[in-house]
Design a protein around this ligand. Structure first.
Ligand SMILES: Nc1ncnc2c1ncn2[C@@H]1O[C@H](COP(=O)(O)OP(=O)(O)O)[C@@H](O)[C@H]1O
Ligand SMILES: [Mg+2]
Length: 268
């Protein structure tokens, strides 16, 4: 279980989270909605220790994230998969190498077992094994997104965090990604947090929806409760979505430079 309790987080004068409280129960997929720049990404970064609260606490399975040693934090991160807005794949590594990277780092599998796990992860997102030998640039945006999910699921996490998984995708591709998120929840029992601007996606994948506004949870409820909300801010968000384009956070880039050289990277 994930528990944000009265989390405050400021960057200088910018008080982003001002008493953010939210529980995510096992087996749920909680969708976080909210206007651009309200702190949705900031909130979930607390779960993997990328940020620490100024006040309040974040617990994962009863353990306070901010109190962990470096080593304990690594153990926690093994439970939490993170799917970024853009797949953030290493552009000089093949898809299989991208997926295998975390497995090598985790060190649970032998060299022989890794390719099998990579195949399994690709199959879970309906990608053919042959995709493994391609480079990220050879894939469409939607396929890269699937690879991002495959890479996270390959580590068999208990939790999956999706930051804007359908932003920038056409409706058909978005629906495919929604289906994959549902599959992760229903077939694999993964507990999820999905940040999205896409209300269609929120309604499809959410077991509950929480709206972040001015640093706190404005409303949290079932899909029906949010759909029928009488809160003027929630309504404004839901109804205004069409006018607002996709938001690109500065740290989210389509590809990133690998920390290892091509030669040092694991071969597919
Ligand atoms: N590492 C950081 N340093 C300073 N400001 C940050 C940092 N990360 C996020 N912010 C600021 O926090 C606010 C919330 O950002 P973010 O969580 O990315 O919004 P969103 O709800 O769109 O995901 C923004 O004003 C952003 O500029
Ligand atoms: Mg964001």
């Amino acid at each position: 279980m994930i528990r944000f309790n009265n989390v405050h987080k400021a960057f200088g004068e910018n008080e982003v989270l001002r008493g953010f409280t939210l529980d995510v129960n096992e087996g749920e997929t909680v969708v976080i909605i909210g206007f651009s720049g309200t702190g949705k990404s900031v909130a979930i970064k607390h779960l993997v220790g990328l940020l620490e609260p100024d006040q309040g606490s974040v617990h994962v399975d009863g353990v306070e994230v901010g109190a962990l040693t470096r080593r304990e934090l690594y153990a926690l991160r093994a439970k939490i998969g993170y799917v970024f807005q853009f797949a953030a794949l290493f552009d000089s590594l093949t898809i299989a190498e991208n997926i295998a990277m975390g497995l090598h780092k985790q060190g649970h599998l032998t060299e022989e077992e890794i390719p099998e796990r990579v195949r399994e992860a690709l199959a879970l997102v309906d990608l053919d094994e042959s995709v493994g030998s391609k480079l990220p640039a050879e894939l469409s945006g939607g396929m890269r997104k699937r690879v991002g999910i495959a890479r996270a699921i390959a580590l068999r996490p208990k939790y999956l965090l999706y930051d804007e998984p359908t932003t920038g995708l056409d409706p058909v591709t978005s629906a495919i990604i929604d289906d994959l998120m549902l599959r992760m929840q229903r077939q694999l029992g993964v507990t999820g947090i999905v940040i999205t601007h896409d209300m269609r996606s929120a309604y499809r994948v959410g077991t509950r929806i929480a709206m972040l506004y001015e640093g706190t949870v404005r409303q949290v409820g079932t899909v029906e409760e949010i759909r029928q909300s009488h809160d003027p801010i929630v309504r404004q968000f839901i109804e205004g979505r069409a006018e607002l384009g996709p938001i690109d956070a500065p740290e989210d880039t389509a590809t990133v430079t690998p920390p290892v050289t091509r030669a040092a990277a694991p071969s597919a």
